[in-house]
Design a protein around this ligand. Structure first.
Ligand code: HEM
Ligand code: FPP
Length: 317
């Protein structure tokens, strides 16, 4: 009996079934799986982890350190992506109700929750395997961040308290420490300072978005601060956290971890952050909220690049 493997394919038929269509379908599916990983957010987190790694070095990296840096980069990316996939699974119904998120692959039913959970499990297993080769501290801390975002924030805190993002923000703030411990497995004060900076930055970053997306959160019944305490209260808290952020970002300079190059850069970045937060507080415009949200990302990248550049110029050269 002829099995399918013995049948010679008809060249006409295989020509009609153009591989390009197949490639298109697969690449569309692949891009949907990629979307589940929140690639832009994870990439910015990875940059902060790289800065943590480079700051932890005391000289040129050895081959072993280089291999740890590479494996940690892969491991952190995969674990963070895994938690982002779980976030999409848990948030399926909420995402369907919000204009900003209703086109997401799971909300739209393009990828099933089961397929997504298998994908998340694979990412987590490969990610943890990479980190197991780095060291136990880095592995455990990354697992804490992964569980912190997927379970503590998304499943537990998000539907119950407006402080969800302040507490859950610890998970998103950990990447510089994860990077640092990949190179040197001790939890130092300076590494924790980098965590503190992102932790303080998170509320103004998110609440600015929540202000101009408040209707979404009302519809999805998510108790974000503008929903539970109103716009005025949220604007005030964005301003207060921005002042706190200015104080916290002065600490690397005050503790002599960074020098004047960082101080100049952070003064400029902070001036713009504060002026936008003040403008938002006083003029109540939604476009200012949008501007502050977008700027918060540029700010974080600028800050981490400044802290790194400062170190490279004054300590390595
Ligand atoms: C609990 C903490 C955080 C919350 C609740 C939060 C929330 C959000 C939300 C709702 C968006 C909008 C996504 C969209 O437009 O669909 C966003 C975008 C973004 N966030 Fe955050 N964020 C947090 C922490 C962080 C951290 C720690 C980083 C980086 C280190 C980060 C980097 C970004 C970036 C780069 C974007 C833009 C993504 C894009 O354009 O697709 N976020 N964030
Ligand atoms: C290992 C490690 C570093 C883990 C960190 C995980 C991670 C990807 C955190 C992202 C923070 C974030 C974008 C929260 C928004 O969630 P949301 O559900 O409130 O936003 P959404 O409505 O856009 O989904």
């Amino acid at each position: 009996m002829a099995t399918s493997s013995h049948i010679t394919p008809d060249p006409q038929v295989s020509k009609q079934k153009t591989p390009l269509t197949q490639v298109f379908i697969n690449s569309e599916l692949a891009s949907q799986y990629l979307e589940l990983c929140k690639p832009k957010v994870v990439f910015v987190m990875l940059i902060t982890a790289w800065v943590g790694m480079l700051l932890a070095l005391t000289g040129l990296p050895s081959l072993l350190q280089l291999s740890h840096m590479l494996l940690a980069s892969i491991g952190i990316t995969l674990c963070a992506s895994s938690s982002a996939v779980v976030n999409h699974v848990v948030d399926q119904w909420r995402d369907q109700k919000m204009q900003r998120t209703q086109h997401r692959p799971i909300a739209k039913g393009k990828i099933s929750r089961q397929q997504a959970m298998i994908f998340a499990a694979l990412l987590l297993i490969v990610g943890c395997t990479c980190l197991a080769y780095v060291n136990l501290v880095c592995l455990i801390l990354t697992l804490c961040a992964t569980i912190g975002y997927a379970i503590l924030y998304t499943l537990v805190l998000k539907p119950i308290t407006p402080q969800n993002i302040t507490i859950g923000g610890i998970a998103g703030a950990l990447p510089p420490l994860l990077g640092w411990t990949a190179v040197s497995p001790e939890i130092t004060a300076h590494a924790l300072l980098l965590v503190l900076i992102i932790f303080t930055w998170t509320p103004p970053h998110f609440w600015a978005l929540a202000l101009y997306r408040v209707k979404d959160y009302q519809k999805a019944e998510v108790p974000m601060l503008p929903v539970t305490h109103g716009q005025e209260f949220t604007r005030l808290h964005i301003l207060l956290y921005s002042v706190l952020l200015v104080l916290v970002t002065a600490l690397p300079w005050l503790s002599q971890f960074s020098s004047w190059l960082y101080l100049v850069a952070i003064s400029y970045l902070n001036l713009r952050f504060l002026s936008l937060a003040w403008r938002l507080y006083s003029n109540k415009s939604m476009s200012t909220a949008q501007q502050l949200f977008r700027y918060s990302i540029v700010y974080l990248l600028g800050l981490f690049l400044a802290i790194l550049a400062d170190r490279m110029v004054f300590f390595w050269v």
